[in-house]
Unconditional design. Structure first.
Ligand code: PLP
Length: 491
């Protein structure tokens, strides 16, 4: 009998060893790691060194479908083959967000040290969702949030979260406002949200996700420069109060996505305070311009907000996947997100640091603080200020220069780093002409721009956001426009 058990154990150990042999492949030794590192580093070096000569936009016929030949199977593949697939079917397809020529939508960043930060985060794989398993990681993320709070003039008691982007930040702000209002579902249809039609659509999306789809949206008209008209806002709130509705959130844009326009932040702050309405400032695009002291006037009143959305993957030039939200009302933030809930709320202030998982829909999360902290520490803040100032000046430069080409008109002087322009032909439909113009620029590919419609008018946008966008890119754009114009006019 004993003999039988002994044999069984031996065969079991043999089986374990056999599996271990294969599973050890998941933990390659140093020489294998070094070989891979070298291949990846030479791939990325080639990518980065070629940025000056490659397109900002590629239009391949198969639209990346070649990557489907790399579906998963049981056998291993060599790294060189996979990197080749990445290059041909992903990197050289669609928009190239690493290129300084990308000025469409709100472009991204991709600071090199952020990639190293992600590498470090993935290697140690610290569990940054909760203080206990990773106190240092949580402290680092909260330190970054406190820095952003100070930058915005928020008190030390404000809390926040490093999110995956501005949309989740807006969602966290909306559900927190919902908890703070104390409104029950039966009254959701009486809630009113004040915004302009230039507000980012992630706000409406957040309201729907937050169960507030029945709430009423009041689109406050814009003045001639696309800013929310605060006088009308005041009157509309008064009417709603008289109609027994519940003014709930005012959303102001610190830089609209369309035109980079800044709503009258301070005037709206006064209205929100007087009427005790949750004041949300969506500063996803514009927030980090606060690093520039010369913009102090534009940011006046942002410290009066109840919540602010920021997007380090926009104007702090980080790679995609990092947003932030700052919230003054810690209790409501916890009420909305902490699951182990109400009976623990007295413990909140006993904890040394806020657990990210208590203030966000996430539990396990990417330790995204490292990709933000590393570049900010390595470079210091001054190059960031210079890059932001450069972007503002480049947008102003373009706004001036494009007007020198006969037939071109522009939108208002840019508040931040987005300018809009269009061509008015002597005869024929202006909108369809500008549609042709943007198609021509996109077909050329060296510069990528996108368009928008304001009051039925088709505008082309130039959004200068990428840290690699410099004077030469704006000059190239002007040159492309000058060369292509006569061809379009003749066609
Ligand atoms: C980009 C943007 C968002 C959405 O942010 P994501 O990071 O794309 O989720 C929200 N609001 C404004 C004003 C934006 O510019």
């Amino acid at each position: 009998m004993l003999q039988h058990i002994r044999l069984f154990l031996i065969s079991m150990i043999e089986k374990i060893k056999e599996q271990e042999k294969l599973s050890l492949l998941l933990d390659p030794p140093q020489d294998q790691r070094e070989a891979w590192n070298q291949e990846v580093l030479s791939h990325t070096a080639q990518f980065l060194n070629s940025l000056d000569h490659v397109n900002a936009y590629y239009q391949n016929e198969d639209k990346g479908a070649g990557i489907l030949n790399y579906d998963l199977n049981d056998e291993p593949s060599p790294l060189s083959e996979l990197l080749q697939g990445l290059k041909s079917h992903i990197e050289e397809d669609g928009i190239n967000p690493a290129s300084g020529g990308h000025m469409g939508y709100i472009p991204g960043g991709g600071l090199y040290p952020s990639a190293l930060g992600d590498y470090l985060a993935a290697i140690s794989n610290k569990y940054a969702g909760i203080f206990f398993p990773a106190p240092g990681a949580v402290r680092l993320e909260n330190m970054l949030l406190r820095w952003m709070s100070r930058l915005m003039g928020f008190p030390e008691t404000a809390t926040g979260n490093l999110t995956s982007g501005g949309s989740i930040s807006n969602l966290i702000a909306v559900v927190t406002a919902r908890e703070a209002s104390g409104t029950k579902a039966a009254d959701f249809h009486r809630l009113v949200i004040y915004l302009s039609d230039q507000a980012h659509h992630s706000l409406q999306k957040s309201l729907r996700i937050a169960g507030l789809g029945e709430a009423q949206l009041r689109y406050i008209p814009l003045d001639a420069e696309f800013r929310m008209d605060s006088q009308v806002l005041k009157e509309v709130i008064k009417k709603d109060q008289e109609a027994d509705l519940i003014p709930f959130i005012i959303n102001a844009s610190m830089g609209t996505t369309n035109t980079g326009t800044i709503d009258p932040i301070a005037e709206i702050a006064t209205i929100a305070t007087e009427n005790k309405i949750w004041y949300h400032v969506d500063a996803a695009y514009g927030g980090f311009f606060k690093l520039l002291p010369e913009l102090e006037k534009e940011f006046k009143g942002i410290d009066k907000a109840d919540s602010i959305t920021l997007d380090p993957h926009k104007c702090l030039f980080l790679p995609f996947g990092t947003g932030a939200v700052l919230i003054k009302n810690k209790k409501a933030l916890y009420q909305a997100h902490q699951y182990t809930a109400d009976y623990l709320q007295d413990l909140i202030d006993v904890e040394e640091e806020v657990n990210p998982s208590d203030v966000s829909p996430e539990l396990t999360k990417h330790f995204r603080g490292l990709r933000m902290w590393l570049p900010l520490k390595l470079f210091g803040l001054n190059p960031f200020r210079a890059a932001l100032r450069e972007k503002l000046l480049l947008a102003q430069y373009f706004h001036k220069e494009i007007q020198k080409i006969p037939g071109f008109v522009v939108g208002p002087e840019p508040d931040l780093s987005i300018a809009i322009f269009r061509y008015i032909p002597e005869n024929g439909d202006a909108n369809s002409f500008n549609e042709k113009l943007i198609k021509t620029i996109q077909d050329d590919g060296r510069i990528f721009l996108s368009s928008t419609t304001l009051d039925g008018i088709f505008w082309i946008r130039v959004a200068v956001v990428i840290f690699r966008t410099h004077l030469k890119h704006l000059d190239l754009l002007l040159e492309i426009v000058k060369t292509e114009m006569p061809k379009i006019l003749k066609s």
